[in-house]
Design a protein around this ligand. Structure first.
Ligand code: CTP
Ligand code: MG
Length: 615
């Protein structure tokens, strides 16, 4: 069973006081709503009691006596209380819903903000689908707790107590007759609860599986079509879907049995009531009005009991959800997420005219000193790496797949913290920099270009409004995106989710434009391995040259042209830095680089390697 499976399945206690206290803290900003809602609830409950008492009074003191004038007055009071009750119920309903929605909004914001701060390691370990569930499903479950659970449970309990006291007040013998059926009710409820809990849990797992399945197979729809797997996958989906249906029906079945059984028990107690009540009236121990009021009470008495058993499910689900949410909120961040210490000073020029791209004072000297790094110790993917890049130097990083090139780049951004060694930028340990300003001075054009839905300008400036339209346009033109997009080129052009409407080359150029628009001091590029046509190739080549000029740059290179033009090449092999030098120097050594060159980069092999890259 997968971890995912287990996590979604966990349904623990229905009540955990520590967790509940923490949840209730979210209500703190909405104290006035809580007060209004609770008062309305009290008031509303009071009216229910009052109405029943009124019926008793009307029957005994007016109908039986034949005082019709007084009866009109009672009817008037009855109407007034009913109207007041309507008002109270409206107020209670509205304020509880508002309270629920407000808290929901706050929790969702907090969860999302926390997710944004999570380090790369966290995302390596947690599938996105599950995190989406945290933000949507789990938070929604809490909504039920806030908007229908907490306060109503209290309301139900108050009502129960009130009804029982009133019943005892009218006639204790009759009350006992009603309470005699309670054990049956309790047993039925317990059985029902157990059955429903199991089905409910199974259903949750199935639904989580359906979500994951749809997500995976729609994201990978191209592969599904390519291999003509539609039919088989549809059948697999059908199995899951059918399971969900069966579980739903099973749940419905239990409800369908439970509710009538509760009704039946109620009816039996009513019958007992009429017999015992009739005898009491004959004996002169009870009035007709009191018996009527009693019957009304008993009817209402069973309702909160039924509701409470239903709320149990809500409570249980929300305890499980809140546990998962709190787990996420409490997750410790890697050191990288926690240490904003020294802030890189912004230059005087930028503070004087805020519309210009803020210029910071990184010269761009980068030095790795004996850096070793493992995603999971002890599997080191970078071993004792040392090199130094001078300001403005263009460095190419080459190596076979899995050699550690992307890992090296991500250390520079502190996406991960390394185990030993030191990385210095401008002679200062990168861990001393404020992480946000550090990242704002180093740009990355990653291997897989992430495109967000929105227009072209948004995708270049990523919502940073300090970058003007002119700067965005200049960056786009500088990398030749206008040529690559042809007539479509327009800053307002809409780009689809995951960049489905862009070609690989266009995406690559867009990511260059993005890097350029921020005017970084240090530039890193992780070239995509897939090849593009010669025209785009030339565009990319020109763009690369332009954006690397005057900046320290690291390019994980797959194109011979990029490698040849670099000031220096670092050759990685299985996590080690094996060779350093220019293209000619390295070829002369006749080592790893020469082998790589022969296999991958030599012009006559390009076509072959391109084809294998696509597959
Ligand atoms: N790795 C890992 N966890 C990650 C990323 C990578 O354990 N989150 C491992 C990979 O399995 C690989 C090693 O780290 O063995 C180096 O990966 P990477 O730096 O991504 O290799 P590249 O040299 O960038 O390979 P490619 O050319 O294929 O991009
Ligand atoms: Mg890589």
């Amino acid at each position: 069973m997968s971890e995912f499976h287990l996590q979604e399945e966990a349904l623990g206690k229905a009540y955990d006081s520590k967790q509940m206290r923490r949840l209730l803290k979210y209500l703190r900003p909405y104290k006035s709503l809580v007060v209004i809602s609770a008062s309305a609830l009290f008031f509303g409950s009071g009216t229910q009691i009052a109405l029943i008492a009124l019926v008793q009074i009307a029957l005994d003191d007016y109908v039986m006596v034949g005082d019709l004038g007084g009866l009109t007055m009672i009817a008037g009071i009855y109407l007034a209380i009913t109207i007041a009750r309507f008002g109270a119920e409206y107020l209670q309903f509205y304020t509880t819903a508002k309270m629920g929605q407000e808290t929901l909004h706050d929790i969702r914001m907090e969860v999302f903000a926390k997710l944004q701060r999570m380090d790369s390691k966290y995302f390596d370990k947690n599938p996105v689908g599950r995190l989406v569930t945290r933000v949507t499903n789990d938070v929604n479950t809490l909504n039920e707790l806030f908007s229908s659970g907490v306060i109503n449970v209290i309301g139900d309990i108050i009502m129960l107590v009130a009804f029982v006291s009133m019943m005892l007040y009218y006639d204790w013998l009759l009350s006992l007759a009603v309470f005699a059926v309670l054990p049956f009710l309790v047993v039925t409820t317990l059985i029902f609860r157990n059955k429903v809990r199991t089905v409910f849990r199974d259903l949750r797992v199935t639904i989580a599986q359906i979500n994951a399945f749809v997500n995976e197979h729609l994201s990978g729809i191209a592969v599904v079509k390519l291999f003509a797997r539609e039919k088989a996958i549809k059948e697999k989906f059908d199995t899951l879907n059918r399971r969900a249906m069966d579980q739903n029906l099973k749940q419905v079945f239990y409800y369908a049995v439970f509710f009538p059984v509760v009704e039946l028990i109620g009816a039996v107690s009513l019958a007992a009531l009429i017999v015992v009540g009739g005898m009491q009236i004959t004996a002169g121990l009870l009035t007709f009005g009191e018996l009527t009021a009693f019957i009304l009470l008993v009817e209402r008495f069973f309702r909160p009991i039924r509701d409470l058993s239903e709320k149990y499910n809500i409570m249980q689900a929300s305890m499980a959800s809140s546990e998962r949410i709190f787990q996420l909120l409490d997750a410790k961040l890697d050191r990288a997420g926690l240490t904003p210490t020294v802030t890189i000073p912004r230059s005087a020029a930028s503070s004087a005219s805020p519309s210009t791209t803020p210029a910071l004072s990184l010269k761009g000297e980068v030095e790795f000193k004996n850096v070793s790094f493992a995603y999971n110790e002890p599997e080191y993917v970078l071993k004792n790496i040392s090199f130094k890049a001078n300001p403005g130097e263009n460095i190419a990083i080459v190596g076979a797949t899995g050699a550690g090139k992307t890992s090296l780049i991500s250390l520079l951004f502190r996406f991960y913290d390394f185990q030993s060694g030191q990385i210095l930028i401008d002679n200062r340990d990168i861990r001393e920099y404020d992480i946000f300003s550090l990242r704002s001075r180093i740009a990355l054009a990653p291997q897989d270009v992430q495109i967000f839905s929105g227009n072209l300008a948004y995708n270049i400036r990523l919502g940073d409004n300090s970058i003007s339209d002119e700067q965005v346009l200049a960056a786009a033109k500088d990398v030749g995106l206008d040529q690559a997009l042809g007539d479509d080129f327009d800053l307002g052009m809409e780009i689809q989710e995951r960049g489905a409407t862009l070609s690989t080359g266009q995406k690559q150029l867009l990511s260059f434009a993005r890097a350029l628009a921020f005017d970084p001091d240090i530039l890193t590029l992780d070239e995509a391995t897939s090849s593009v046509d010669t025209a785009t190739e030339r565009l990319i080549q020109n763009a690369l040259e332009r954006i690397m000029k005057g900046r320290t740059s690291f390019v994980v290179a797959h194109r011979l042209s990029t490698i040849e033009k670099a000031d220096r090449i670092l050759v990685f092999h299985q996590g080690e830095l094996r060779e350093t030098g220019t293209h000619e120097e390295l070829l002369a050594i006749g080592g790893v680089y020469q082998k790589l060159y022969r296999l991958q980069y030599q012009p006559r092999n390009i076509e072959r390697s391109a084809r294998s890259a696509v597959v």
